[in-house]
Each structure stands twice: as C-alpha cells, then as structure tokens.
Design a protein around this ligand. Structure first.
Ligand code: ASP
Length: 339
C-alpha cells in the first residue's frame, strides 16, 4: 500500500481550503459592469448634449440589466439584454450604430460566454441580424458550434427566428462620414503594423460582464469592428479568449480596443487565467496587463472585468472609455479618464 507524505496531505488541505474561500455569504447580491468602447474621448471634444445622451443610454442599459439581476435572473440574461439596449442605439459601434467596412457594408461581430458552464457562442461578419449578441447566444444554445461567420451566420440567425434588417437600418450619417474620413486619411494596412496607430480612433464597441445572485458570471461583447476594415477582417470581439471570457473560477472579461493586439495577447483569457492561478487583486492585474504589456507592444484599448466577489476593474490606455457599473446601493457611469 502506498503512503501519502504529510506534505502532500497538507497541500491537498490547503487547496481544499482555498477552493472554499468564496462562500455564498461573501458574494454581493449582484453586480453588472458595462463598457461602450474606449478611444480618444476628450471632454473638450464632446458637446454637453452628446455627453448627456451617452450617460442616459449607459444608465438605461444598466437599468435593464439590473432589473434582471435584482429579480434573481441569470448573469447570462443580464449581459444579453444590457448589450441589446446598446446595440439598438446609434450611439455605439454595435448593431444599429455599427461602423462601415471599406466596401460600405456593416460587418458585425459578437460573442457571449457563461462562467458556470464555460459554454460560449459567437458570430463574425454578420450583416443582417439586428442584434448580433442574440445570434451569438443562439450559436451557444441552439447549435453544436462556438463561432459562425458571414452569410452562414446570418442564415443561422434567420433559421432560429431572430429579427433581421436591411442595410438602411444600419445606416447612420455619423458612421458614414467616419468611413469617408478614414478613406481620405488612411492607408488601412498601416493601422495593423504601426504601434498605437489607432490611438486617435473612437472604438465604440459595447460589452457587459455580470454576477448574478447564484454567484454565476457571464461576459459578452458586440461590435461593428473597425471603420474601413477590409478583407473580412475580424477583431477580438467574436474571439472567445481574446475579446470575451467568463469562468466562475476566476472572472468575467469584455475588451475593447485595437483588436489585433487583444487577439495576439489573448487578453480576456490571459486575465482570467492569471486570476485563477496567481493570487492577486483583479484591478491591479487587469491594469498591469493593459498598461505594462499591451500598450508598450503598441495596443490601445480597455476592458471591464468582474470576479465572484463583485470586485470590478475598468482600466483603459486611451483618453476615455464609456463605462459604468451597478450593484445594490451603488451606481457609476463615466466617460473620461479623470472621472
Ligand atoms: N475591438 C474591436 C475590434 O478590433 C474594436 C473596438 O473595440 O471598438 O474589432
């Protein structure tokens, strides 16, 4: 018969204790965190009217998600419905307000993940489904796959009964002008090579992470991608592990920024993995990852993260990020760095 060494037994005991570290009593009733994209958002460039429109919409998104969580609904539902509100607004680069690709089409990406089951779904380059986040969720719940792209993904959305719309629904003057400007000024391929080349851009992707009353986490992200993108380019937003990740054992993460860098550094999974394996503070780890690793490599952007204790992180390397959170008795919405 083999004998277990006392040291080995001690290690098992320590592991068992740390697994039990989070009890239900430690968990806040619920928490919801959102972002509406990071970028060159300066108070001086924003009219008071536009500033207030963003804050109203961010609060509306938080209200919708909070109502779900306060009534005992799931983190997954809260993330879905919160993102849907932002997708339906022309203010954000997702759904209705998606930016234009170089050929004048809107090619949208979205993903969603549940921390309890580690199930995930995503769509890339869809042009017709009104709410790409619903298509991502349908991929997770109604298909055997994780990521569907292009026409097939739109076809799938139709088959599962989601609402679709023609190009006129996704047309917004502001985004069209953004395309014209980008085409005048840009050599698009240099965006991909030059470090910080997208620093001046307003990225505008939307995302949400939530913790529900059962202690489950979920994360989701939705975007039109980058203005003037070519060749069916996909960013990090539909890539599980890059733009979105949720794991009940660590945290839920949604990213925004220069997607190529977030893909290469697998930012959402990297943060989750560090939180799982290295003891530490969520905000400190997230900030370090963005400011000390991604930014020096040339990648700009931000993220939102949330753990099972309700700890929140919302770091960004740009001038601003539309962001906010809500938990029982506490609410914050902010745009600029100094807020
Ligand atoms: N991350 C997105 C992308 O690269 C853009 C954004 O966050 O606005 O497609």
């Amino acid at each position: 018969m083999f004998r277990l060494s006392p040291l080995f037994l001690l290690a098992i005991l320590l592991c068992a204790c740390s697994e039990k570290e989070i009890t239900h009593a430690d968990l806040p009733a619920y928490t919801l965190v959102i972002h509406g994209g990071a970028g060159a958002l300066l108070r001086t460039d924003m009219s008071p009217a536009l500033d207030s429109q963003y804050r109203v919409k961010l609060n509306e998104a938080l209200d919708v998600g909070e109502a779900i969580l306060a009534n005992g609904g799931s983190a997954l539902d809260a993330v879905t419905e919160t993102i849907r509100i932002m997708e339906d607004s022309p203010l954000f680069n997702a759904g209705k307000g998606a930016v234009f690709a170089s050929d004048g089409t809107n090619q949208m990406d979205a993903s969603i993940m549940e921390g309890k089951t580690m199930e995930a779904g995503a769509v890339g380059g869809v042009q017709h489904v009104k709410n790409p986040i619903l298509a991502a969720r349908a991929v997770m719940e109604k298909s055997d796959h994780v990521l569907l792209t292009g026409e097939g993904a739109d076809q799938f959305a139709v088959e599962v009964g989601l609402d679709t719309a023609g190009a006129e629904y996704f047309f917004t003057q502001r985004r069209w002008e953004g395309l014209i400007k980008a085409q005048k000024n840009d050599n698009p391929s240099s965006d991909i090579i030059a470090p910080h080349a997208n620093q001046d851009r307003k990225f505008g992707t939307v995302g949400a992470v939530a913790l529900d009353q059962s202690g489950n986490l979920a994360a989701g992200t939705s975007t039109g991608g980058m203005t003037n993108k070519k060749w069916n380019r996909l960013g990090d937003s539909p890539i599980i592990g890059a733009g979105t990740y949720a794991d009940n054992r660590s945290c839920a993460v949604s990213c925004t920024g220069h997607g190529e860098y977030f893909i290469r550094y697998a930012v959402a999974h990297e943060l989750s993995s560090r939180m799982r394996h290295i003891p530490g503070d969520l905000d400190q780890m997230a900030t370090q990852l963005l400011h000390e690793e991604l930014f020096p490599a040339g990648g700009t952007g931000g993220l939102i993260a949330l753990d099972r204790k309700g700890n929140i992180s919302m770091p960004f390397t740009t001038e601003g990020m539309y962001r906010g959170y809500t938990k029982p008795g506490e609410r914050k919405v902010a745009i600029y760095l100094e807020e």
